[in-house]
Design a protein around this ligand. Structure first.
Ligand code: EPU
Length: 296
């Protein structure tokens, strides 16, 4: 702990990461840190670098698997007040949301305020920072379509903005290289709340019919769709729905989801991922790329 002297209030040691991931799996992080201000975040990063401690930022943990052994690193979560603010400029139909804002809450609030543009993100668990980082979305659209600019912090503690057209969003990726997204500015369109809610309902019903429910332990799609094909279709056609290793099972509802059942370990999921990759490679000669992030 000595490297974080004076920051005891925001630093915890040997911290179980499982409760911060949707899989509820994984071991300990050496440090778990919740900075209260950008200045504190800078201080934390500087100390990690000076002491050669690996560090990373965690969002809502909805697209993340932590290994059973945990990570020898400092894991930073931007969830304190300063990082969870949303401010609206109704006249301009824009908003600024902190990195730690809950995506589903943001979708709901926008609907209530009559601001359209985030409906496509209905039912996607995540933080604004995480969603922007990987351009979260699906067949109805992605977050990048609404984001106008982001405020970032690099590893040297420099805070700066990056806006369109320099800022580019692509399929499940962006050209943001700075380590920390602090906030995102989004441009929306005024619309009737009832109309927005109707769209939200449509997206919700689609997901309910086509994906395992949010109360099962899963991380959304495990693999990215290869160009022009659905990874789910490939895994399904390979006959892998229901395939189980330990407590990890390929969902019967959508083959690109791996559900963690009782006594599942991260190792079970990693082994199932390898098995799926191998079978899809053998059958279709396609290398599936992970969408899920794995921390070891
Ligand atoms: N399908 C099958 N078998 C399956 C799964 C799907 O035959 O096991 C068929 C469906 O019936 C449908 C087609 O494949 O005709 C496409 O399925 P879906 O609409 O679910 O689209 P997807 O390409 O598999 C993408 C995103 C999802 C997102 C959905 C809906 C990726 C890798 N997946 O899935 O995103 O929810 O569209 O918008 O981009 C995620 O990123 O975590 C995620 C779940």
């Amino acid at each position: 702990m000595s490297i974080f002297i004076g920051l005891e209030e925001i630093v915890e040691s040997d911290y179980p990461l499982a409760k911060h991931t949707w899989y509820r799996l994984g071991g300990l992080a050496d440090y778990f840190i919740r900075p209260k201000t950008v200045e504190q975040l800078k201080d934390v990063v500087r100390r990690c670098r000076d002491n050669k401690v690996r560090y990373g930022v965690i969002g809502a943990g909805s697209n993340l698997l932590v290994s059973d052994e945990g990570v020898r690193a400092a894991v930073i979560k931007l969830e304190t007040e300063q990082f969870t603010q949303v401010s609206f400029d109704a006249g301009m139909a824009t908003l600024v949301a902190g990195a730690g804002v809950d995506l589903r809450e943001l979708v709901r609030t926008c609907a209530q305020k009559g601001l359209s543009g985030l409906e496509a993100l209905t039912g996607i668990p995540g933080s604004v920072g995480g969603a922007v980082r990987m351009n979260a979305g699906g067949r109805f659209g992605d977050i990048g379509a609404a984001v106008e600019a982001v405020r970032l912090m690099d590893a040297d503690g420099n805070v700066f903005e990056k806006g369109k057209p320099e800022l580019i969003f692509d399929y499940r990726t962006t050209n943001i290289t700075a380590q920390f997204i602090l906030e995102a500015r989004m441009r929306l369109t005024p619309a009737e709340p009832d109309q927005i809610l109707r769209t939200i309902k449509e997206v919700w019903i689609y997901k309910e019919n086509n994906q395992p429910p949010l109360n099962t332990r899963n991380s959304g799609c495990v693999f990215k769709n290869p160009r022009g094909v659905s990874a789910g279709v490939l895994i399904d056609r390979a006959g892998l729905k229901g395939l189980r290793i330990g407590g990890a099972v390929v969902s019967e509802k959508h083959a690109n989801f791996i559900v963690a059942e009782k006594d599942c370990t991260s190792r079970d999921i990693i082994r199932l991922i390898e098995a799926i990759r191998q079978r899809v490679k053998e059958q279709f000669d396609i290398d599936l790329e992970l969408e899920l992030e794995i921390w070891r």
